[in-house]
Design a protein around this ligand. Structure first.
Ligand SMILES: C[S@@+](CC[C@H](N)C(=O)[O-])C[C@H]1O[C@@H](n2cnc3c(N)ncnc32)[C@H](O)[C@@H]1O
Length: 374
């Protein structure tokens, strides 16, 4: 291959930077020492990341964070609860301190650390961590995963709609686990999206792929006059209907069961939300859904696409590394950068798109797309 001058310079530079002599020099020299050690630490953290995840998993599974939320405990106290020797407990707790999940309190005590403090108040994080057991299993041989040699994966079984030719036939048993996980993890997503975009100008909202209806329940609390509709697979909306009944919303929220890929969406809403839906689908499926939404909206109607996106400044590993491999293991979908979503929205017949800033773009970004008035 013929390289340009710029590329030849890059090859020279990369060889220089990679040489042990240069690395030793950079680690010693006062002006480069900090950057050299930051890079070495960054590479080590990637190399060891799977170990850190397992420390977190063990603490979540053993309910360490919830116990420590009530006050610090010693290794001996925790060991008894965790069903292991004090020596083993001490090793796990020290490991958790080292990665900021816990902190030392006094000579023998342990309490919640800088990162672990978020766990007791957010059961959704613990639920996510626990279900990562399946992703961990599917990533056991990443080359086989990339080459498509794994066949059915744990995650493709879990997300039963991902690879099913007829997800509308799934029963409660197939949808219960993922629907519960989505509900548990949707609180912040809904809060951040609703703080970023006001629904005051709208008359009726339909949440498409709305799961057990947590997003609509949060909407219902904020907007007492807005009409509400939910569309999801039949077995999922049945679960939602039960929850709506439990909290006195059965009369206010209309539920519609169906298959997004084959059924037309009900009309009547002037705003439709797709929360963490488009990323689940390959390009043809995603475009089909956007077209179905476009058909269901009146002139001047609005679509809210709410999900984590690729190339999010400051959260690049979330979209492309984490979701990239997660969705590969699930067998369907990909995160997309806003420009690609905008292009798909245009292809689906939307006329005007803009991004709205959200509080935590790492997990929630928001594109508002409108249908022309005439
Ligand atoms: C990742 S979940 C998101 C749920 C919810 N919006 C949230 O953020 O918590 C995707 C949702 O899309 C629904 N879904 C997937 N394929 C579907 C299809 N073909 N027809 C109807 N709903 C579908 C699933 O049942 C699930 O509730």
């Amino acid at each position: 291959m013929q390289f340009s001058i710029l590329e030849r310079w890059r090859i020279w530079r990369d060889r220089k930077l990679a040489s042990p002599e240069f690395q030793r020099w950079a680690a010693d020299f006062p002006l480069t020492r900090w950057e050299a050690s930051r890079r070495a630490r960054g590479l080590f953290d990637i190399t060891a990341g799977f170990v850190y995840s397992q420390i977190l998993y063990a603490c979540v599974e053993l309910d360490v964070f919830n116990r420590l939320a009530a006050g610090s405990q010693t290794a001996a106290e925790l060991a008894e609860h965790m069903g292991m020797s004090i020596t083993a407990a001490d090793r796990l707790l020290r490991a958790a301190v080292a990665i900021d999940l816990l902190e030392r309190r006094g000579e023998h005590g342990y309490g919640l650390g800088r990162l672990g403090i978020a766990l007791p108040g957010n059961p959704g994080i613990a639920a996510m961590v626990k279900h990562h057991r399946m992703l961990y299993h599917d990533l056991y041989d990443p080359l086989a995963l990339f080459r498509g040699e794994l066949g059915e994966t744990e995650l493709s079984r879990y997300w039963s709609y991902a690879c099913s030719p007829n997800p509308a036939a799934d029963d409660d048993q197939r949808v219960a686990e993922y629907s519960t996980l989505m509900s548990a993890s949707s609180g912040f997503v809904a809060e951040d999206a609703l703080d970023a975009y006001s629904l005051r100008e709208h008359r009726c909202l339909m949440d498409v792929g709305g799961g057990e209806g947590r997003f609509l329940m949060q909407v219902a609390q904020r907007y007492s006059d807005l009409k509400l509709m939910l569309f999801d697979l039949p077995a999922v909306v049945e679960r939602a209907a039960t929850h709506f009944g439990d909290v006195g919303l059965a009369q206010r929220i209309q539920v519609h069961g169906g298959n997004l890929k084959t059924d037309a969406l009900p009309k009547g809403a002037d705003v439709i939300s797709l929360v963490r839906v488009i990323l689940d689908h390959n390009d043809d499926g995603a475009l089909h859904i956007l077209r179905a939404v476009r058909m269901a909206l009146p002139p001047g109607g609005t679509l809210l696409v709410i999900e984590p996106m690729s190339e999010t400044p400051g959260a690049e590993p979330v979209g492309d590394a984490y979701f990239g491999l997660y969705l590969l293991a699930m067998g369907s979908g990909r995160t997309r950068p806003p420009r690609e979503l905008n292009a798909m929205l245009t292809a689906a017949g939307f006329d005007e798109m803009h991004m709205v800033r959200t509080r935590r773009p790492l997990q929630t970004r928001l594109i508002v797309a409108r249908v022309a008035k005439h």
